[in-house]
Design a protein around this ligand. Structure first.
Ligand SMILES: Nc1ncnc2c1ncn2[C@@H]1O[C@H](COP(=O)(O)OP(=O)(O)OP(=O)(O)O)[C@@H](O)[C@H]1O
Ligand SMILES: [Mg+2]
Length: 482
């Protein structure tokens, strides 16, 4: 076993020797790395080398500025893993629980009352004293392990959060991010509303992984995809023998989410019977398993989401009003993409980057007119639609995303192409025959506009048209394009 590293804070030589003698009753187990006689020096030494000490043994009342509870707290601030044993004269002959409590709540591990001064050999009953140091060290090791595994878990959490990062910097999305930060810490139920594909699941994920429950389970339940007759047994579980075919106990999703979060997606689809049971979980933390008379208690945070108007559901008697209010304690609404077009460019770029990386394909360059087309699109499928448009483009392996590429990826190419041919058809109007000069002007204008839209600069347009840039400029002026 490694020697336990001790710091002894004691200002009376007599007691210092008594502590040493007590420790020597079991040799080779301890190493006193620091002897100090005042609090300030102790803190300094610990700050310089916070890992040089496992357990501090400190006299309660010592000379110099910092002592007692204040010193305990300062040591814990420097390194919360260090365990502290207090030795004191103060409580001699009295059982002062309040005093003991105040030490423990300041962060001490244990305390003992020094033997009277006529016992020169020991500071305290040696076995008890030494055992308490062993226990303190054990506790330090356990806490260290916990910190280390929490670091590992935190790395996992950071990865999830990075993967489900919420992109966008419009004021609407910033408000949403602020709401997530604010409400993640709460245990209260959240109801996320918003159109399909707007990012509700992303919000639910962020709420869980930014909460104190982040190391516990995050269980997602899609209420519309579980067959109607299985919903209750899936959510709440059943006891063996509850019905034919129940040959063993089944844990419900609520039990799996115990201490963590359950995400009830499309909560509007829950049948009324399951709604009543859900209400009970929300109100009393109790789950009713099928086939069991007693109740089990769970501690689950509920986050629900819907793209339906649940209030309407309440009016139509499809959704329980009491459940609606119980779920809707913290309402979060996720905006339509169409209502925050400022984010489109950033999102589109983000998805292009993401899919180029994951498919190992070069990220294509986007011509600036493309964003105009994206901004004007309806985005009925919201971000999910934008996401697949970007993915489609990456997979088509184009080097440059121009207007035609984007129309094709949006599935509106035919419509746009029809629009172009309609413009040209107008030229063939029997009631308005154009002279050859006029005809040339219309055709040139439309075509130059089209090529311009698909180029980055005038120089590039001119090059594509096969004319010198000066001629291109002149032509534009002639046609009224400049
Ligand atoms: N702000 C955002 N930043 C990055 N990706 C996003 C953002 N919002 C949504 N997404 C992505 O868009 C897709 C759809 O999002 P999500 O599944 O969260 O939508 P939803 O609102 O739950 O949709 P539905 O109602 O159809 O279930 C996902 O791939 C998600 O990662
Ligand atoms: Mg969803």
């Amino acid at each position: 076993m490694k020697k336990i590293k001790l710091m002894l804070i004691e200002d009376e030589e007599f007691d210092k020797i008594r502590v040493e003698k007590t420790l020597q009753t079991i040799p080779n187990k301890f190493e006193i790395s620091h002897f100090v006689s005042d609090g300030r020096t102790a803190i300094e030494k610990l700050k310089n080398n916070p890992n040089s000490v496992d357990v501090v043994i400190m006299d309660f009342q010592i000379a110099g500025g910092i002592m007692g509870e204040a010193l305990i707290k300062r040591i814990k601030e420097v390194n919360s893993l260090i365990q502290i044993i207090v030795i004191s004269k103060m409580t001699m002959n009295i059982t002062d629980f309040d005093f003991a409590n105040s030490l423990i709540s300041a962060g001490a591990f244990w305390y003992c009352t020094k033997y009277p001064a006529d016992i020169r050999e020991y500071i305290y009953q040696p076995t008890d004293f030494i055992l308490s140091i062993f226990n303190a060290y054990e506790k330090k090791l356990l806490e260290e392990e916990k910190v280390n595994s929490n670091i590992k878990l935190q790395i996992g959490v950071d990865r999830v959060l990075e993967k489900s990062r919420i992109i966008g910097s419009s004021s609407k999305i910033n408000e949403l991010k602020e709401e997530i930060e604010k409400y993640a810490v709460s245990k209260a139920s959240v109801l996320i509303t918003g159109p399909s594909g707007s990012g509700k699941e992303l919000v639910a994920t962020a709420l869980h992984y930014k909460s104190e429950r982040k190391f516990e389970n995050f269980i997602t339940v899609n209420c519309s995809s579980i067959p109607f007759e299985l919903i209750e047994s899936e959510l709440f579980g059943y006891e063996k023998g509850a019905f034919t075919g129940a040959d063993k106990n089944k844990k419900g999703l609520f039990e799996q989410a115990d201490k963590g979060t359950i995400f009830l997606d499309e909560v509007g689809e829950l049948p009324l019977a399951a709604q009543a049971k859900l209400l009970r979980v929300l109100e009393a933390g109790e789950i009713e398993k099928i086939g069991r008379t007693g109740k089990s208690i769970v501690d689950v945070r509920v986050i629900a989401a819907t793209n339906k108007d649940l209030k309407q559901g309440v009016d139509d008697k499809k959704f329980r009003a009491d459940l609606y209010y119980r779920l809707n304690i913290i309402p979060i609404s996720v905006p339509n993409l169409k209502d925050r077009t400022e984010d489109i460019q950033e999102l589109f770029d983000f998805f292009l980057e993401k899919y180029s990386k994951s498919h190992g394909i070069n990220k294509p360059k986007v011509l600036k007119d493309v964003y105009g087309v994206l901004n004007n699109h309806k985005w009925e499928g919201n971000i999910r639609e934008l996401n697949s448009v970007a993915q489609r483009i990456v997979l088509s392996r184009v080097d440059v995303v121009d207007i035609i590429t984007i129309y094709k990826a949006l599935g509106t190419f035919e419509i746009e192409a029809n629009q172009i041919s309609k413009d040209f058809k107008n030229v063939f109007d029997s009631k308005n025959i154009l002279s050859l000069k006029e005809f040339k002007k219309v055709i040139y204008t439309e075509y130059i506009k089209f090529v311009k839209n698909n180029s980055e600069s005038d120089a590039e347009t001119a090059k594509k048209l096969g004319i010198a840039q000066s001629n291109f400029h002149r032509l534009c002026v002639e046609l009224g394009l400049k």
